[in-house]
Ligand binder design. Structure first.
Ligand code: PA5
Length: 466
């Protein structure tokens, strides 16, 4: 296990830095500590199923066995899934494999290309099917769905299954599909058992957005050469830290409490802004975790509360030239969380300035890492000048361990925030309604009544079409 670590830096939310109106005083933070510590204790006692994933030995060994068969034996690995069955896979790949990984024609990285399909856009799908059509023999599909009834994943799967069976025959097709699904029940389990697909398990009691450290996220990572043992070791190490009932030593407790506080004092928007391209899809993963877990109508007692901070993703430096004008001068209604990396593991030196442009000389001979991290500090400094609260998650470096730490830190932060908001962080009734309305609109017999209700309401009224 490497000793690389991540830390939460919270000085720049304090009143001493951004003033009493927008900053948090020591006494307010102490009050937040009093409120949060008992909740950490409760979460330690009734540990959610996702918290045990880093300790489970069966899942990684099953994943490694399948990955061992697949890794050298195919050129393309395609994940079919959506939401919690896709975002973690994408985040791990972007963070831990090279930017040009999929264009590795010389097979320098030793694994297949990875594609994660998390949509049903016909233009995207047609383009992909056109490309993959003559490569099916060298392509393995991992369909991930706990329920198997999610329309998008089911539709993708039905397209691929038909294609494989037509082109390769049923027997060969079955070797090209791996299903990750519930151990015992659901549509996908039924299909997989019936067809004889290889399967991996979506663990019981682990919702999609908390499942990245299970076979859901681990298989595509292992197939593409990512150190899944490092990920799990990082998560285990973070578990120790975020279980602490010493509030000031617990980054998940502090993070949840600070976010909760700002939500309640008129800053309901949480912007996550990595200053590392590799971390950009982690903020997409965080966005789902935060939004689906914390956006709720009712609290645990059934009272209407309509809570939920709005997560926003941005990328440094790209979005400095897109969002920062708003972030500095627009409403002071946001809490910023930067992700900052100390050691990028490689660097690029900037070339000399031409004689005619001596004003670019300050860049010559310096490193891109210095420029990127200077821009992070510069943006944070500018936001602080305008009294905008800023947190930073500081990565020693980006590796399996630190990504595992980050994932676990944010999962536990979300659980604690759920307790602070007194809502159920683990359900998603609003998403379920959308799924059912889709069944209705797509003509599922058992949703006929719902279709009758929806159809007239959703018909275009020409009066309002201009
Ligand atoms: O976090 C969640 O629970 C959701 O995003 C699900 O992962 C998503 O809706 C896909 O569900 P399923 O795995 O059942 O196809």
């Amino acid at each position: 296990m490497s000793d690389a670590w991540i830390k939460l830096y919270y000085k720049n939310v304090m009143a001493d830095v951004i003033g009493a109106e927008h900053g948090i005083s020591n006494s307010v933070l102490d009050d937040l500590a009093d409120k949060t510590v008992p909740l950490i204790g409760e979460l330690n006692e009734g540990r959610a199923a996702y918290r045990e994933l880093p300790y489970n030995e069966d899942y990684p060994s099953a994943v490694k066995a399948v990955a061992g068969d697949v890794r050298g034996a195919c050129e393309n690995f395609v994940v079919l899934g959506i939401g919690g069955s896709a975002l973690g896979n994408i985040a791990l790949q972007t963070a831990l494999n090279p930017y040009m990984y999929n264009l590795d024609e010389g097979q320098r990285y030793g694994g297949p290309r990875l594609f994660v399909f998390d949509n049903v856009d016909p233009v995207q799908a047609a383009s992909f099917l056109d490309w993959i059509g003559d490569k099916l023999e060298n392509t393995v599909f991992n369909v991930i769905s706990k329920s198997g009834r999610t329309a998008e994943t089911a539709a993708q799967f039905l397209v691929i299954r038909e294609l494989l069976e037509k082109r390769l025959g049923a027997e060969k097709a079955k070797r090209q599909i791996i299903a990750t699904t519930d151990a015992n029940e659901g549509t996908m389990r039924k299909i997989a058992d019936d067809a004889g697909y290889r399967t991996l398990v979506v663990p019981d009691g682990v919702g999609g957005r908390f499942s990245v450290l299970s076979p859901v996220g681990l298989l595509s990572a292992a197939v593409c050469g990512i150190d899944i043992d490092g990920l799990l070791a990082g998560a285990r190490a973070m578990d120790k830290v975020v279980s602490s009932t010493d509030f000031y030593a617990n980054p998940a407790g502090l993070n949840a409490a600070i976010n909760f506080h700002y939500y309640n004092v008129g800053k309901p928007i949480s912007v996550m802004m990595p200053y590392a391209y590799g971390l950009k899809d982690l903020s997409d993963w965080y966005r789902q975790l935060w939004a689906e877990s914390l956006g709720k109508t009712k609290d645990v007692s059934g009272k209407d509360v309509f809570v939920g901070p709005t997560p926003v993703k941005a990328l440094g430096t790209t979005d400095q030239h897109s969002q920062v004008q708003l972030y500095r001068e627009g409403p002071n209604d946001k809490l910023f969380t930067f992700l900052q990396v100390k050691d990028f593991g490689c660097d690029v030196e900037i070339g000399p300035a031409p004689d005619c442009a001596p004003e670019l000389g300050y860049l010559a001979g310096t490193k891109m890492s210095k420029l990127l991290n200077s821009e992070k500090l510069a943006t944070e400094y500018a936001l602080l000048k305008d009294k905008r609260p800023c947190l930073s998650v500081m990565f020693d470096k980006v590796c399996g361990e630190t990504i595992g730490q980050f994932i676990y830190l944010y999962e536990v932060t979300t659980s604690i925030a759920g307790r602070l908001f007194a809502i159920n962080a683990y359900d998603q009734p609003a998403v379920e309604l959308g799924k059912e309305a889709t069944f209705a609109l797509m003509g599922r017999e058992d949703f006929k009544e719902m279709a009758e209700e929806i159809t007239p309401k959703m018909q275009i009224d020409e009066k309002f079409l201009v």
